[in-house]
Design a protein around this ligand. Sequence first.
Ligand SMILES: NC(=O)c1ccc[n+]([C@@H]2O[C@H](COP(=O)([O-])OP(=O)(O)OC[C@H]3O[C@@H](n4cnc5c(N)ncnc54)[C@H](OP(=O)(O)O)[C@@H]3O)[C@@H](O)[C@H]2O)c1
Length: 289
Amino acid sequence: MKVLVIGADGQLGTDLCRVFKGQDLISLTQREIEITDMASVEKAFVKYQPEVVINTAAFIRVDDCETEQDTAFAVNALGARNVAVQSQKVGAKLVHISTDYIFGGEALIPPDGYTEFDNPVPLSVYGKSKLAGEELVRCLCQKYLIIRSSGLFGAAGALGKGGNFIETMIRLAREKPELRVVNDQVFSPTYTLDLASKISQIIDTEYYGTFHITNSGTCSWYDLARETLDVIRIKTPLIPITSDQYPQKAKRPSNSVLRNYQLHLLGMSQMRPWQEGLKDYLKEKGHTA
Ligand SMILES: NC(=O)c1ccc[n+]([C@@H]2O[C@H](COP(=O)([O-])OP(=O)(O)OC[C@H]3O[C@@H](n4cnc5c(N)ncnc54)[C@H](OP(=O)(O)O)[C@@H]3O)[C@@H](O)[C@H]2O)c1
């Protein structure tokens, strides 16, 4: 099975390449494929003739999407379209990566988390552009898997963000006398190596459609920072604050927990708790022995 990973040097892309190592893997970075350019995508697909395509490429800087709306839609919606069109043309199975931020604006938040069957109402340009990308994938490619995840952390760090939340917390905790962290946004943090392994399992099935895949359990950004500093034994005081006390350009969901309902319905195993993923991540990064 010939697998093409787009965004191969990104946070998730790097771990996907680790998981698929030893198989027939083609890993492409933005230097080799520009997803906003149909000709560039077509050229790569004609050259490599992939059987499975995993598209992790996105413009992920949520606040910058508010002011750089054209780029957000060009990459997250039209880029997704270009990959879907070319996947359909070569008959490949397309795995498209999406986000919990397509939710948040609904009148009622489901108490057990959003399922794949809930209707999304995004709050931000990032969320809207990612939802538009999903819709194009559904229309244009027959054999698709849309995988929504949340709060990614992986050893490579998010290229688009210049790192990830955990590394930022560790750095700031070493530099500052105290940290103030938002405590009223709840989600499920997810270790990209766990996500990549689960994606490889689902690819091996005949299941298609939309999947929510996150580590188990939920927490706030404050809880995630608390657990991180506790595990690596940094004593810097952490102060919980509200989103109002930390204004950002883009509105974030107060609760974007994704219930991994398809995995449940299909009798597939759920992912391990996020705290276990975090421990392995901190070890991998050399923060613990
Ligand atoms: N990070 C999160 O917390 C999070 C949460 C939920 C869902 N997601 C989704 O998960 C996916 C992966 O996120 P990530 O954290 O791994 O992000 P990342 O580290 O920024 O990786 C994204 C990759 O896409 C590439 N890319 C960006 N624009 C491109 C373009 N126009 N053409 C080709 N390649 C392009 C980037 O290359 P350059 O760096 O060279 O531009 C990078 O390699 C995204 O679809 C994102 O929406 C992320």
